[in-house]
Design a binder for this molecule. Sequence first.
Ligand SMILES: [Zn+2]
Length: 172
Amino acid sequence: MTEIYPREMIVDESLPNSDQFAVTAVSGRVGRGVRANIRFERGTRVARFAGVLSNTVFQHSLQVSPETHLHDPYFVGLLSHSCAPNCVLDMQRLEILALRDIGPGDLLTVDYAVTEDTLYRQFPCNCGSSGCRRWITGRREAVNEAGKAYLAGLEAKKVRSMVPPRARRSAR
Ligand SMILES: [Zn+2]
């Protein structure tokens, strides 16, 4: 067993270790993610986390208050986004809680818009949930120009696929 955090960040034994979690590359996604190695029951604490407080938004930071962000590039800052996540963060207690039963191999996911007013970077989402928002922003920011273009492109594709093939041919 090894600790996931570097030694200087370990405040006590309740922080995550490699028996519980694996930090891995995630296929089809940019960057790394965190997978469970063991089971976690819905409603229970999955892990505690740590980090360095800052007033800057980083790629791997999470918002604690409007002015304060916890920077953690080792564990919680690597959690993947889903519009129907299996985890939620308690940013006061610095804990991850399970919203669903989680099994070995499952990717831990959170909804970034739950904690973040403004994202480090807005991005397209293809998480596969029925309520997928397709483009992810912070909870207090509008879809940016790249997002508008992306969503308009998806809409155009949808309209095209709704037209029956025959009508499409004769329309040319
Ligand atoms: Zn999504």
